[in-house]
Design a protein around this ligand. Structure first.
Ligand code: SF4
Ligand code: SF4
Ligand code: SF4
Length: 291
């Protein structure tokens, strides 16, 4: 007797997180997991869900999420319902805002200047899977070390902190110079001199001074647009630097609206920046932030 296959809901294939596999009879299911954060209970349940649906291997992606390869499309409805119930729902992979990535930021990294995880979750909450003419990847690093390669994303956000030299009595001990990887601090005639041209605003020199001569300004958020990795990597262009997470959300909202209204499908965002009059857009954003 011939076995009857369960019917396949073709509508599910319009969802971005479902990717047709090399063997087109199967698909890959990619999840939504902003900042790559997942609780121990969720990851345990993900293992159980995978087993129930015959998944042999689970793949960790470059965009800090998880995907289940080799899924029989007949399994999709049940699988997606279980993933949703686990708080690890279906992701996105088409011309839309895909999984937002972030480093651990001030929650755990000693170099961090901003809470990149909270920011990633808020950006995800507001913009995830927003349909656009082009794919938009957003990444956040909490310091200029750039562990998330954020400037190679369509929207990159970097936490920075500018050092300020206090007028107090610098002993010229040189401790701070050892912490500056850019050689942006020198001791001249017994006091330090900061070279703003070399300084990356990482803030690493602030803590080590035994006399608190170097203070940090409030952390800021540097936003770049039009980066891309893949075949021809491109570093994003600096758009604006802002002071608060709310400012970041306002700027990201404007970038996404600009892409939605003006970008065209068929080529990557970085290839369109000049046609989209990036410099004009930048002026309006700077005016908005400063106004
Ligand atoms: S980018 Fe900076 S803050 Fe983030 S993990 Fe790397 S070193 Fe830490
Ligand atoms: S902020 Fe970073 S790059 Fe700038 S002077 Fe301090 S350690 Fe050097
Ligand atoms: S700023 Fe502080 S650490 Fe740097 S040379 Fe002066 S006293 Fe030493």
């Amino acid at each position: 007797m011939k076995l009857q296959r369960r019917p396949i809901d073709q509508g599910l294939y319009t969802k971005g997180g479902i990717i047709t596999e090399r063997n087109p009879d199967f698909c890959i299911v990619r999840l939504r997991m902003p900042a790559g954060m997942i609780t121990p209970d969720q990851i345990t349940e993900l293992g159980a869900i995978a087993k129930r649906h015959g998944v042999k291997d689970i793949h960790l992606t470059t965009r800090q999420t998880i995907e289940f390869p080799h899924i029989d499309p007949a399994e999709l409805s049940g699988l997606l319902a279980e993933l949703e119930a686990n708080g690890t729902p279906l992701g996105a992979e088409r011309e839309e805002v895909v999984n937002v990535t972030a480093c651990l930021g001030t929650r755990h990294c000693k170099f961090a200047t901003i809470d990149s995880v909270a920011l990633a979750k808020e950006i995800d909450r507001r913009f995830f899977a927003k349909e656009l003419p082009v794919k938009v990847r957003i990444a956040i690093s909490a310091c200029p070390n750039g562990c998330e390669s954020e400037r190679l994303n369509e929207i990159g956000i970097t936490g920075i902190q500018r050092p300020i030299r206090d007028p107090g009595l610098c002993t010229g001990c040189g401790t701070c110079t050892c912490y500056c990887r850019e050689k942006a601090i020198t001791v001249e005639n017994g006091i330090i001199v900061l070279d703003k041209g070399k300084c990356m605003e990482c803030g690493f020199c602030i803590m080590p001074c035994p006399f608190q001569i170097i203070r940090g300004e409030n952390p800021q958020y540097r936003i770049t647009v039009g980066g891309h990795r893949g075949r021809h990597p491109i570093i994003g262009r600096h758009l604006v630097t802002v002071d608060t997470p709310d400012d970041v959300i306002r700027v990201v909202d404007r970038i996404i609206y600009w892409i939605y209204r003006q970008a065209s499908s068929g080529s990557l965002l970085p290839e369109q920046l000049d046609e989209l009059e990036f410099d004009e857009f930048k002026k309006t954003i700077v005016e908005m932030v400063e106004g």
